[in-house]
Design a protein around this ligand. Structure first.
Ligand code: MRU
Length: 364
């Protein structure tokens, strides 16, 4: 995607061919800054402190984190230590574990001398694969938007509500939930996006709105609690969100608040789609509510907020009285019964074991 006319991915190799560069997403939307990662610790911090975030990008960063680790210690113990450190950086997005498993397959029988190059190569492949997967998700989702447009007699605009950021910033490029929206817009279908603010970290306000603005896509930022109202009043034609982990039965775990949007969509007969790449499916799990680990982050993210003052200074403020206790559940699970369909790189399927195993017979 383009930033001020320059094409960017969210992660790439530096010119020296070994360090890794990322967009520091904690600085957006007020500042576009990149960061250089040189060590395993740099990569771990980037994931843990959410300089990079979004399930596919977390996986890609972990892959390069392993490559950086192998440069300094490619022994079995070095590999195991790096794997464990990255694995613990964030618990919910399963792409992290998937990328680490991929690296385990790569190093398999290799000698220590061969490992770093092989891991770098697989990391680059993971990034390229993610771009292709997300583009394909966009193509399949585009057809759903086209159907909605035709259902409206090609009149007005297709209004799509999304939660959190599942755009190109959450992946290597294109995005998952937002990819169909980019493709629809580029195909000349008039789309408008309701962007949930997504408290507490405001990924919708800070990231999704910024990306849509860069691409010239009409959008309106709303507070998280406005979703039900907009749906009740016919202002939403469909919802599309991303997911950090999808069980083999089609339960989806995504940013906190997604479940409430799915409930409101169901109550108003509005299609609720979830877009995901294959590596976001956790084939080992069935019941998302019972089995998916939900990340709990610091209370400071709830009681404090960062913004720009009128004089242009970026500053952090406290919202609450000193001593207020806050909890910060970062994700929730939407049961498959509330999901109209899953948009994958292999097509659209029912959110069910049958639906997923039809598309992924090789994995199921
Ligand atoms: O906590 P975050 O910002 O990493 O959460 C991101 C999301 O919830 C996304 O919707 C999800 O990772 C899908 S991204 C393509």
């Amino acid at each position: 995607m383009n930033v001020d006319g320059t094409p960017y991915r969210t992660i790439w190799l530096a010119e020296d061919g070994w360090a890794v560069e990322i967009i520091d997403q904690t600085r957006l939307p007020h500042e576009f800054a990149t960061q250089r990662l040189e060590t395993l610790d740099d990569a771990t911090r980037a994931i843990r402190d959410m300089l990079v975030r979004g399930a596919p990008l977390i996986g890609a960063t972990a892959a390069y984190g392993m490559a950086l680790a192998m440069r300094s210690d490619a022994s079995d113990a070095g590999f195991a230590n790096a794997r464990q450190q990255l694995f613990e950086a964030r618990p919910t997005a399963v792409n992290l574990r998937w990328a680490l498993d991929e690296m385990e397959l790569v190093v398999g029988a290799l000698s220590e001398d061969e490992r770093a190059a092989a891991v770098y190569q697989r990391a680059a492949e993971i990034c390229d694969e993610d771009v292709a997967i997300c583009s394909s998700i966009g193509d399949h989702g585009l057809e759903l938007i086209r159907d909605a447009w035709e259902k409206k007699g090609q009149q007005g605009t297709v209004n799509i509500l999304t939660h959190c950021n599942a755009g190109w910033l959450a992946t290597v490029d294109w995005g998952t939930a937002i990819a169909p929206i980019y493709k629809a817009h580029d195909a000349g279908i008039p789309v408008h996006v309701w962007v949930d603010e997504t408290r507490p970290r405001n990924q919708g306000a800070n990231l999704t709105a910024w990306e849509l603005l860069q691409h010239g896509i009409p959008h309106t930022l709303i507070v998280d609690n406005a979703g039900g109202h907009t749906m009740q009043h016919g202002m939403v034609d469909m919802c599309i969100t991303g997911t950090d982990r999808t069980t083999r039965c089609g339960d989806v775990c995504n940013k906190i608040g997604t479940y409430l949007k799915a409930l409101a969509a169901s109550d108003n007969d509005i299609p609720f789609y979830v877009a995901l790449p294959g590596p976001t499916i956790d084939w080992t799990l069935r019941d998302g509510v019972a089995e998916i680990p939900i990340e709990e982050r610091g209370a400071d993210e709830v009681v404090r907020m960062t913004g720009r003052t009128d004089s242009g200074e970026i500053t952090e403020i406290t919202l609450t009285a000193d001593g207020v206790h806050a909890a910060n559940f970062a994700f929730d699970v939407t049961p498959s019964r509330l999901v109209t369909g899953l948009i994958t790189e292999r097509g659209v399927c029912a959110a069910s074991e049958q639906g997923l195993s039809t598309l992924y017979p090789d994995k199921a």
